[in-house]
Design a binder for this molecule. Structure first.
Ligand code: SF4
Length: 206
């Protein structure tokens, strides 16, 4: 993410925080956020605006110095996804030493899903499921290049929702093509007959 996209993202965090609509912020999508050279500095700036901030990481590049930095920057929790247990164990021990809260996501080992059919050779039968909060609370994703994406399943931002330079208050998230194969559930009470209406949603085919 460039400085320009980050600054504009901060602007929107401030707007939604003032509106009482932000609540928390997740500092990850596809890729490893902790690899960004300004990661700790940006956590500090984000938590000045939104105190509840979490990041999911595989832990591979996380050092003791970074853990101290995240702690001092006010990160609420480091969520360690268990791709490499030996790495996660080491990072978790450092978090305990340094007083940074960490928790664990075992899905990559115990129940890897297929990203709504985007990863061949996997099924989502055992994946943990829940009602889709992206659609329920209109929680949009800001991609590294400033475009918007509907949810954590959509790596490419295939629905053209606009960018951080548009008015994010006007963004209207709706079920889209990937919802058909997603292990999460579209909230039917909010989107009755969503399957029948899918054709009305503009979708760029990858
Ligand atoms: S693909 Fe649909 S149901 Fe799954 S997380 Fe994204 S918006 Fe929610």
């Amino acid at each position: 993410m460039s400085d320009e996209v980050f600054e504009r993202t901060l602007y929107w965090l401030g707007e939604f925080q003032r509106d009482g609509a932000q609540g928390n912020v997740n500092l990850h999508h596809f890729g490893e956020s902790t690899l960004h050279p300004k990661f700790v500095e940006w956590v500090d700036r984000i938590t000045d605006i939104v105190p509840e901030a979490r990041v999911s990481s595989n832990g591979v590049g996380v050092t003791r110095e970074m853990i101290r930095g995240m702690r001092d920057a006010g990160l609420t929790a480091l969520s360690l996804s268990i791709h490499r247990p030996e790495v996660v164990k080491k990072v978790a021990e450092m978090c305990q030493d340094e007083g940074l809260v960490c928790d664990f996501a075992s899905g990559p080992l115990s129940a890897p899903h297929n990203w709504a059919g985007q990863v061949e050779g996997r099924n989502s039968e055992w994946a943990k499921t829940y009602e889709c909060h992206f659609l329920e609370i209109q929680e949009v994703v800001i991609l590294a290049d400033g475009r918007l994406a509907t949810c954590c399943i959509d790596a490419e931002g295939i629905v053209p929702l606009g960018t951080v330079w548009d008015d994010l208050r006007k963004v209207d998230l709706k079920p889209f093509s990937l919802c058909l194969k997603c292990h999460h559930q579209v909230p039917e009470r909010l989107f009755p007959d969503w399957r029948a209406k899918l054709e009305e949603v503009p979708v760029c085919q990858p």
